[in-house]
Design a protein around this ligand. Sequence first.
Ligand SMILES: Cc1cc2nc3c(=O)[nH]c(=O)nc-3n(C[C@H](O)[C@H](O)[C@H](O)COP(=O)(O)O)c2cc1C
Length: 192
Amino acid sequence: MPTVLFVNACIRGRDSRTLALSERLLAQIREANEKDLAFRIEEIRLSTENLLPLNHERLQRREELLASGQHEDTMFDYANAVAQADMLVIAAPCWNMSFPAMLQIFFEAASVAGITYVCDADGTTRGLCRAQDMYYVTTSGGKAHNFGTDYIAALRRLYGIEKLHVVSAEGLDVENADVRAIIDAACSREFD
Ligand SMILES: Cc1cc2nc3c(=O)[nH]c(=O)nc-3n(C[C@H](O)[C@H](O)[C@H](O)COP(=O)(O)O)c2cc1C
């Protein structure tokens, strides 16, 4: 399992609890693969990327590139990285009941018909991604529903990834919360 794609949407950087939680997971994954010399973790740190949502001009360009089969254009770098990764780890705090907008822009760029999935003639979709496992690491201040999880579960189906594992620590901003204990207790569970 050579390449783990780590999509880091922990906007607060070193102070991020979500980043701390994802670093634990990545350490476990690294340990499980320590004998594989080809193993590597490739990080895309969204807060230092030049992420732009599709506007009229960029959408037109994207459609022209796809119509002429230019899947290697840099516009599709995120889509190709997602499609070719052997495992995906997405880390994002809960913001406004979901995840930061930067991650949505990343998914917009990464979800490309012909690269990460394909649409069949009858309208059904088939995933084209190599990964079998996707992890979603998240923390939230309260305990209300995080709709980001539902969206990411739908994405893993679109991409054709077999399993979604969620690592979530909730209630971190509740008064007197024992943040360290909550993070220590967070463990991976399969989500569908
Ligand atoms: C812009 C913003 C929006 C937030 N929205 C929510 C929310 O909808 N629900 C919630 O439980 N916590 C919310 N929080 C709190 C964060 O989810 C919580 O503090 C989280 O642990 C932050 O993760 P981090 O330490 O990795 O930055 C929000 C925080 C920020 C800064």
